[in-house]
Design a protein around this ligand. Structure first.
Ligand code: ADP
Ligand code: MG
Length: 708
């Protein structure tokens, strides 16, 4: 029983207008028709929409809803909603509740204030939201409000995607088509309507005390500390990871879980992460677009619930220097709509050629499009984390583990004949069970690791919507599946037999491995030796976001997006522009915040301390005691303070405008502004270690990280 008095299974999905609810409440024919739309993508019958809308409205009102909203994910990277009341005057002094099929299916929010990256001029304000019946509607409960949220896609008047969901859905469609060709070759497509991609994103985040949070203008404005000397106790003792969850935090987590269960987000795992004050929450995997919707809800729920416990949830990739940052491990696989995981190697993996085809298609995709994958996770926040000895480097490589690497070796040489076994681990105490050992160890340093029956893309940033990286991942794998299917089909001709397919597939895999093996790396991705090795292998090394941005609009990539119907050139260009502009704005805001804090908080505190020092020296002298070390310390301090003044002036000067393109501006931020920020920070962090603690105007890392 939970503290709210509900059993977990009563809570689960209780605020979701789910298939189960629809089956119970809709007329049978309506339900069947809707199911055909949901499962087979058949066009929606307008009469069906009217019946669904009326039923959805009754269901929502019974649960206290007063408003509805189309819920969508514009290119801000956040979610958007515009609420309308379900009520209308009935003309005789009372009210009726109205919600029509057309209101369910289509909305028209003014699109002019959402980022479009140049896709529209602001005077062209029309945008539409379109109901996504494959993602169920749900209720969001706040203080004094219950709102019916209807997941939608968001397009411009010209039909171009203005959100993150539409391209994700398009990429899933494209992947399905190509994956089905492979299944057909292997004769495993019987009864399979579609292949879907699945995602299970693990979310890392920090919790800090809310009062302390509000005393840090940098955290409030940028979600990241711009200053802060390293505390004596950071994560050296490694005593936080998987440690006992502090009671206040556990109470918070439980409420988050209950809220998420209500809206059907299947959260499963909770634990302390590596850095002090850092935690993780992970749901069970779902179909990509659902997982993506749910991931947005999860981030919002963390933020919404934390204040009830006097906490602030911080999702930024690197809120604190010197301790680990936060990521979002994006577990990804492909599955038939009948529930067969296509990346499950099964026991006799060396005989499972279909698996090897899907595996090698993914390897080829990652090698061929490592630059795009890198660009899909580029952001100002993630730059602070990637490669900082805690997160994978910006070089994209694939970890497979010894069992698969051994099989691929065999494929390269000819016919694979064996699958390595893990055996068992004997614990040496009779009362303990013998544990089965996996055939390969884990690797925590790889950006793209095979973990048993899925790939884990670990370089995704903790604030990111998973929709975009998954769109790109699906797209590049689509292209590889298309290539592999084409090559195999070419070799087997018009009368494929299992033996011919087998032989052809092995040949194709062999040649793919020859070319793309270079992307596989099972060693330590954190070591400097890997950088040298990656260079030798000629893997793309896009060290930061600014280096990665131009990749998005290279001709080969606009062509790739177009070919598989994921985004046209204008749509892709607009996304690239928005990503770059967001980077620039974020760094700009940080730089301004930093200069303001340094000038109006740090400098006055330092001057006060300087006065204290001077007064102490003067007073000591006045009683006839010489204090040469006091004078020397004062001199050093005065010099430090004037260094700070110069650094602030330089920072303010660097943050200039007037650049010829967003990319030029981004380069300027990286080359001029960020170094000026680093200089300023170094001085302030030194001051923090010498200025009287009473005078220091900001809560320190010790306060922020260790207060539970
Ligand atoms: P960890 O990697 O931290 O050990 P787990 O192995 O438990 O964690 O799984 C992490 C995530 O991977 C979970 O969200 C889980 O649901 C998800 N996952 C498992 N199988 C798949 C799959 N076939 N496709 C996508 N995600 C999956
Ligand atoms: Mg994991």
């Amino acid at each position: 029983m939970s503290p709210t008095g509900h059993r977990a299974d009563d809570l689960y999905g209780s605020d979701v207008f789910s298939l189960r609810v629809m089956r119970q409440r809709l007329p049978r024919e309506t339900y069947r028709s809707l199911l055909r739309t949901i499962e087979q993508g058949e066009p929606l019958d307008p009469q069906v929409a009217d019946v669904v809308a009326a039923t959805m409205k009754d269901w929502a009102i019974e649960r206290g809803a007063t408003h509805f909203t189309h819920w969508f994910q514009p290119l801000t990277g956040l979610t958007a909603e515009k609420h309308d009341s379900l009520m209308a005057p009935d003309g005789s002094g009372g009210v009726t509740f109205n919600f029509s099929g057309s209101e369910l299916v289509q909305g028209e929010p003014d699109a002019s204030s959402f980022p479009s990256g140049g896709l529209r001029a602001t005077f062209e304000a029309r945008g539409y939201t379109a109901w996504d019946p494959t993602s169920p509607a749900f209720l969001i409960r706040g203080d004094n409000n219950v709102t019916l949220c209807i997941p939608t896609g968001f397009v411009s008047w010209t039909g171009q995607a203005l959100d993150t969901k539409i391209p994700l859905l398009r990429s899933m469609e494209a992947l399905s088509q190509q994956a089905l060709r492979i299944l057909k070759l292997f004769g495993t497509d019987t009864g399979v309507g579609r292949v879907v991609t699945t995602v299970g994103p693990e979310q890392e985040y920090f919790l800090v005390d809310r009062d302390l949070f509000y005393a840090r203008p940098d955290l409030v404005t940028c979600e990241r500390t711009l200053f802060g000397a390293r505390p004596p106790k950071g994560q050296q003792l490694e005593d936080h990871y998987f440690g006992t969850i502090p009671p206040r935090v556990l109470a918070f987590m439980s409420e988050v879980e209950q809220e998420l269960w209500r809206v059907g987000v299947p959260v499963k795992t909770r634990h302390n992460e590596v850095a002090p004050g850092q935690y993780e929450i992970a749901p069970l995997f779902e179909t990509s677009h659902l997982a993506s919707d749910h991931q947005m809800l999860l981030m919002e729920t963390l933020k919404r619930v934390a204040p009830r416990y006097g906490l602030q949830a911080i999702l930024h990739e690197k809120p604190f220097a010197g301790v680990n940052g936060s990521g979002k491990h994006n577990n990804w696989s492909m599955s038939t709509d009948t529930g067969v995981n296509l990346l499950d190697p099964q026991d006799e993996t060396h005989t499972n050629l279909q698996f090897l085809v899907f595996l090698c298609a993914t390897i080829r995709a990652v090698d061929l499009h490592a630059d795009l994958l890198r660009a899909s996770i580029a952001s100002a926040g993630n730059d602070h984390r990637l490669g900082a000895n805690e997160a994978p480097p910006a070089i994209i490589s694939v970890f497979l583990g010894s069992m698969l690497s051994d099989i691929l070796d065999q494929v390269e040489k000819g016919l694979p004949k064996r699958t390595l076994r893990g055996g068992t681990i004997d614990l040496g105490a009779k009362s303990l069970p013998q544990l089965p050992r996996h055939s390969g160890d884990r690797n925590r340093t790889s950006p793209f690791a095979f973990t048993g029956n899925k790939f884990e893309f670990r370089a995704v940033g903790s604030t990111a919507s998973v929709a975009w990286p998954n769109t790109i991942l699906n797209l590049i794998v689509t292209e590889s599946l298309d290539y592999l299917a084409g090559e195999i089909e070419k070799r087997v001709g018009t009368s494929p037999t299992p033996a011919k397919v087998h032989q052809a597939a092995l040949r194709v895999l062999k040649s793919i491995l020859k070319t793309h093996r270079r992307v596989i790396f099972d060693g330590d991705n954190y070591s400097p030796a890997w950088h040298a090795e990656a260079k030798r292998r000629k893997l793309p090394m896009l060290a930061d976001s600014v280096a990665a941005f131009p990749v998005l609009t290279q001709k080969k990539n606009t062509e790739l997006f177009r070919k598989y119907g994921v985004l046209d050139k204008a749509e892709l260009t607009s996304r690239a522009n928005i990503t770059i502009e967001k980077y620039v704005k974020q760094v700009e805001i940080e730089a301004e915040m930093m200069a303001t804090m340094a000038r109006t908080q740090i400098l006055p505190a330092a001057l006060e301390h300087q006065t204290l020092m001077a007064e102490a020296a003067g007073a000591t002298n006045a009683v006839g005691v010489e204090t040469p070390d006091g004078i020397a310390a004062l001199r050093t301090f005065v010099e430090l303070v004037s260094t700070l003044r110069r650094a602030i002036t330089a920072l303010e000067g660097a943050n200039g405008k007037g650049h010829k393109s967003p990319l030029a501006h981004a380069k300027h931020m990286r080359e001029m502004v960020q170094p000026a920020m680093a200089d300023t920070r170094a001085i302030v962090d030194r001051l923090e270690t010498v200025v009287s603690a009473d005078l220091w105007p900001l809560p320190t890392y010790r306060d922020l990280l260790l207060l539970k």
